[in-house]
Write a protein of this length. Structure first.
Length: 343
């Protein structure tokens, strides 16, 4: 009798529980987990598995999975966002604090700026591109001077038309400058200078000598960092990054100056670029856009353009065999300082 009562109660309670509405399964959690796993798997495969370029050429610059992972980062988007922030108006009361922090971190010398008072700069963009006091950078009488402030990463003679930008890494001249014809006579040699601009350096770059610019070529590309340790890690980085190439002639023959973009430095401003482009013959290809047909003459020390944060300037030029460098790799240089002892 007791067992019947207990059984009926248990059976009744089971039916009652079965009538209680059950919560639907959280399908959205499955969707989130599934999407995350799939995305992570695809990204990992993209990073770890070789692409067609690596299969065809095992020495390709994307052959290292760390480089592929770095290349997959949204560096262009990051640079656009930081560029937008750099143009945001900063209230006067915050300028001393924000700009002062930047000055201390990057050791900026405000005494040489036209406006040493930080409150005069309305945006970070204005602060980055602060003009110097007249005479702050005396121009040497040497035939070739430094086009900007910075650190010399590499100097030397170009052999077999291959440019070395840090020890152990080089690239073909034509891959970096575009289609150029180099016919160096026996009494001349082809030299190169690579200068890195740190975030705290003066951000404009100037003509290192008197030269005629016959061609401006814009290469769209990546925005990898150009810090020295990154340059050592990524072969052909200068050929991958966005850059503006100015090719022409100076008194000893071929001359080229290239402004290389980098992370947070997506916009390189070239003086008179639009005026030149409006009157030039423009060649557009899948890899670059080139303007030629008009001539721009630059005097030594004349401003050519500016970066928005910091980057690299590469000089490639023809010189006499007797020419010697007045600088060494690793030296800190200032705009206007002598690069050559003789020409």
């Amino acid at each position: 009798m007791l067992s019947r009562i207990v059984g009926s109660r248990l059976f009744g309670s089971t039916r009652l529980l079965s009538n209680v509405p059950q919560k639907p399964k959280s399908r959205w959690k499955l969707y989130v987990v599934g999407t995350t796993v799939l995305t992570t798997g695809l990204y990992t495969a993209k990073v770890l598995l070789p692409d067609m370029r690596e299969i065809k050429d095992p020495t390709h610059y994307y052959s290292n999975w760390l480089i592929r992972m770095y290349a997959s980062l949204p560096l262009s988007a990051i640079s656009k966002v930081s560029g937008g922030f750099s143009k945001v108006y900063i209230p006067t009361m915050l300028r001393d604090t924000l700009f002062g922090l930047y000055v201390r971190i990057y050791n900026c010398d405000m005494d040489e700026a036209i406006h040493p008072d930080l409150r005069n700069y309305r945006t970070f963009a204005e602060f980055f591109n602060r003009p110097l006091l007249p005479g702050a950078r005396p121009i040497s009488a040497a035939p070739m001077v430094s086009p900007t402030d910075g650190t010399v990463l590499h100097i030397g003679e170009i052999e077999d038309e291959r440019v070395e930008y840090v020890k152990g890494h080089d690239y073909p001249v034509s891959e970096f400058l575009g289609p150029v014809r180099l016919d160096i006579p026996k009494d001349k040699k082809l030299l190169q200078v690579v200068i890195y601009l740190a975030p705290g350096d003066y951000h404009a770059f100037h003509s290192p000598t008197t030269f005629q610019c016959l061609q401006q070529t814009h290469f769209p590309g990546k925005l990898f960092s150009v810090r020295p340790w990154v340059l050592e890690a990524i072969p052909l980085l200068f050929c991958l990054n966005e850059r503006m190439v100015l090719n022409g002639n100076w008194k000893h023959g071929f001359f080229s100056m290239t402004a290389v973009a980098a992370t947070n430095v997506g916009d390189i401003e070239i003086t008179d670029h639009m005026e030149r482009r409006a009157n030039a013959k423009v060649l557009e290809t899948e890899d670059f856009e080139s303007a030629e047909g008009t001539v721009l003459s630059y005097g030594k020390g004349q401003k050519v353009g500016e970066f928005r944060l910091g980057s690299t300037v590469v000089l490639i030029f023809e010189a006499r065999n007797s020419a010697k460098f007045a600088i060494s790799a690793g030296d800190r240089v200032k705009f206007g300082q002598s690069l050559l002892l003789e020409d």
